[in-house]
Structures are given as C-alpha cells and as structure tokens.
Ligand binder design. Structure first.
Ligand code: AMP
Length: 445
C-alpha cells in the first residue's frame, strides 16, 4: 500500500488519480532508503516504476520555496528522457506547487537559460547542456541537495563520464546521491568507487534477469535481406502485431531496413536514431506511441529509457553483442505487468551472442524454425556481410622455398611500396586514410 510508505496526502491523491494501486517492488524498497537520506544505487530494469521510485520521496521532502537556485538535479542521458521525467513530475506534483525545468542540447540555449533563470526547484537535464548553462552563469548548482543520475549505464556508455565529473565539482559536497542503472557494469562500479562513499545498493532483479511477463522466441535466419523478408511476413499479421518496436544496432542499418520495408514490402515504419533531427525523432515516437504508426525502428541508445506504452512485440533484428543490450531491448515490452513478446533474429555469425544472452539469463530462448514455405530466402548480401576482399599484395613475391639471404637483403634495401604510398597519402591529406566509417566499427552506439 502506498499509505504505508509515509508519503503525504497530496502525493497520494496524485497517485490515486494515476490509478496505481500498489507500489512496485523497486518503489517499496527504494522509498524508505531514499527518504533516509542515504546514497543509493538502484539496479532495476526500465519499466519497473523507477522514475516514481526516486521522484516520490524527493517530492515528499521538497518544501515550498521561491528561491532561484534549484535544490534537486536529475541527470539523464537523452533528451527524450528529459521530456519523459518532466511529464512524470508534472503528474506526481498535480496537487503541489512546484517548478521543474528541462534542459537538453540541440535546441536554443538562450530560451533554456531564461527559463532556469526565472527560478526552479528541480532541474532535469542532459549533462552537456546542463554544464554549458553553468558555464554561462545562467544556472548555479550550489543549492543542490539531491542529485539523481538515471540510466547511469547508458550515461557512461555514451561517454558522459567527463561531463559528470565536471558537474560533480560544482555541487555542494553535502548532498544525497541517488543513482539508477538497469545493469551493473564495470564502468558503473568504477564511478561509484571513485566519487561516492557507502552507497546503499538496492537490486530488485539480479542484473540480467528477464522480466517474467515477456515471452521470448528466436528464429535462425541467413542474412540481413532474408531477415527483412521474415520481418515483413510477421508484420503482415496486423491483428497480432499492433505495436512493434524493432531494434537494430546501427544507424545505417536502421535506415536500410526502413527503406527496404517501405519500398519492397510496402510496410511503413518510423525510425529513431541520433542522426535524425530532434523534431523527426519526437514525431516518430509520438506517432508510434499514439498508435498512428504501428512499427518503430530504433537503435539501442535512442530507445533505452523511453517509456512507450503497450508494445506488443519487441523484435531484435540483430543479436546484440552485449547481452545487457538484449535485456534493455526486451524490457521495452511487458511493461508495468502487461504481457509482451520478444523475437530475436540471429544469423550463424550471431549465434555466439545469442549463447551469451542465454547464459546471462540462465534460460534457453525458444527457437522457431525458419518458415521456408512462406518466406523467401534472399541471397543478396549487405556491404557488412560481403566477404572482405583481401588487399592485393604488391610486394615482390618470394620464390618458392624462400629467398636466399642475398636476395632478401637486396629486397630489404628497397622501400616497401605500401609504406611509401601511405606516407604520400598522409602528406597529402595530413592524416592516414581509413577504410569505411570509423563509427561503424565502434562497439558502442
Ligand atoms: P519507469 O520504470 O519509471 O519507466 O515506469 C514504467 C511505467 O510504470 C510507467 O508507465 C509508470 O507510469 C508505470 N508505473 C509506475 N509506478 C507504478 C505503479 N506503482 N503501479 C502501476 N504502474 C506504475
């Protein structure tokens, strides 16, 4: 019962309006610890009610004030999450007077500077923009009493550690630190060890445990284009597949899948990844959430932390290399105790990633045979799938049996062509040329 958690009647009324009957496990565990003022790290998957878990005890203790400088700072990794946390604060604070402001990059900094300068109690922001606002003196963090870092693992994945450190330096030493992470990674542990002391750990589900209300299946599939055929075959069942979130690990592949579904199979979908404009992303998510569009394609980073209601299916178009990413993906369905389904498509090459996922979850994902009768195999390969063509060796070949010492020393005295060619290129272009998009080769996106 929410009544047992010692929260005031204004908040209880707001909870009642939302129709929530009882606290979720993370809420029941986190409320008292956060209220006690201890530093906390909550390990909890998204969709388990963690926003309310940290926000309710904070709102409960936040007295009315008209001071300019905020007392609560919430750091989140993406702009979408800023909007979502603000929306939740608005719902929870329906019967109290509260000023909450959101700040994030990619939009006009002056407008945001003006709104924080008018004064606020809670500021919710992404680290980069928040730090910029402190640098231009629009925002002071000297009154912060509570710091929340949500999705710490994503935050560190995105390379925000440096910005976080900068922000920590501007905060009063005496404050409460509240962190939430879906997975406990080495990076998260290191951050806690470096900056916080005696952090109380609350873990609801062991990191990597699947939500029980998600039915998981997988299909072995040959290649990208055959996966598209299978996906299109599944999506034609409009009755069952009413709200489908498709995960894919790169922006280029997301775009390729989007256009292939449209042009070859006449299936419309929305796409969200970080190369799309803010407006395009907001619109794609809104269309999907409101039911105007049935299919949304997303990269991992963009979709993590998004609170999308009632997703019927999560489809992992590729198999994530990091098993935690799979956990995050499937966690997008089956939220708030609804039933959900997840489908994993894996190629021969991706099988070892599937094995890692199964090892982490300690279960075997039910395998459905590829429906050969109904779905055509497409042998066309994508640039990533094509076998790498070996570079022609332009050096002088050794004679069979190996060169004599005399021949070898003569050869060694010559300048190798590869080296001199690269040096010439380096001179011309100032830096070595690399093949392909470097970002494509990065593990984290
Ligand atoms: P979160 O983990 O914060 O993303 O929350 C996931 C979803 O659960 C959100 O849509 C919340 O509105 C909903 N939710 C949060 N707390 C409760 C609760 N006690 N009972 C039912 N639904 C909840």
């Amino acid at each position: 019962m929410f009544q047992d958690l010692n929260i005031n009647k204004y908040l209880l009324n707001a909870i009642e309006d939302l129709g929530f009957e009882k606290p979720t496990p993370i809420q029941a565990e986190a409320f008292p610890v956060i209220k006690s003022g201890k530093d906390v790290i909550g390990i909890s998957q998204t969709g388990t009610g963690k926003t309310m878990a940290y926000m309710m005890p904070i709102l409960n203790d936040l007295k009315f004030s008209s001071q300019v400088n905020p007392r609560v700072l919430v750091l989140v990794p993406t702009r979408e999450l800023v909007a979502q946390v603000l929306e939740n604060i608005e719902e929870y604070s329906k019967y109290i007077t509260l000023r909450a402001v959101g700040v994030y990059g990619g939009t006009n900094i002056n407008t945001q500077a003006q709104s924080v300068m008018q004064g606020c109690d809670i500021v919710v922001g992404t680290p980069g923009r928040l730090y910029d606002l402190t640098l231009n003196n629009s925002l002071s963090l000297k009154a912060i009493k509570k710091l929340v870092i949500d999705e710490v693992d994503v935050m560190l994945d995105l390379g925000f550690r440096f910005q976080l450190t900068n922000i920590f330096e501007l905060l009063p030493v005496k404050r409460q630190n509240i962190m939430f992470s879906a997975t406990m990674t080495e990076d998260v542990e290191e951050l806690i060890a470096d900056f916080f002391e005696e952090t109380h750990k609350i873990a609801i589900a062991i990191s990597g445990t699947p939500l029980e209300n998600i039915q998981q299946v997988c299909y072995p599939v040959w290649n990208f284009y055959t996966k598209v055929n299978l996906l299109a075959h599944l999506l034609r069942n409009k009755k069952e597949y009413t709200k489908v979130l498709i995960f894919i690990d790169s922006k280029a592949k997301a775009d390729r899948l989007h256009s292939n579904l449209d042009e070859v199979h006449y299936i419309k979908s929305g796409v969200v990844h970080s190369n799309k404009s803010q407006n395009y992303r907001f619109k794609s998510i809104e269309d999907f959430d409101s039911g105007r569009s049935r299919v949304l394609i997303a990269t991992d980073v963009m979709a993590r932390g998004l609170d999308l209601d009632q997703i019927t299916h999560v489809i992992c178009f590729d198999t994530p290399e990091y098993p935690e990413n799979y956990m995050h993906r499937i966690g997008r369905t089956g939220r708030a105790e609804h039933e959900g389904k997840s489908i994993l498509l894996y190629t021969e090459k991706e099988k070892r990633y599937k094995d890692d996922i199964e090892e982490l979850m300690k279960i075997t994902i039910e395998e459905i045979p590829f429906p050969e009768e109904e779905v055509e195999i497409n042998h066309k390969l994508t640039p990533e799938e094509r076998p790498k063509v070996k570079e022609l060796n332009t050096r002088v070949k050794r004679t069979v049996g190996g060169a004599s010492s005399h021949e070898r020393s003569e050869k060694n005295s010559k300048t190798p062509m590869g080296g001199s060619y690269r040096r010439k290129l380096a001179e011309k272009y100032k830096k070595p040329k690399t093949r392909g998009d470097k970002n494509q080769n990065k593990k984290k996106r």
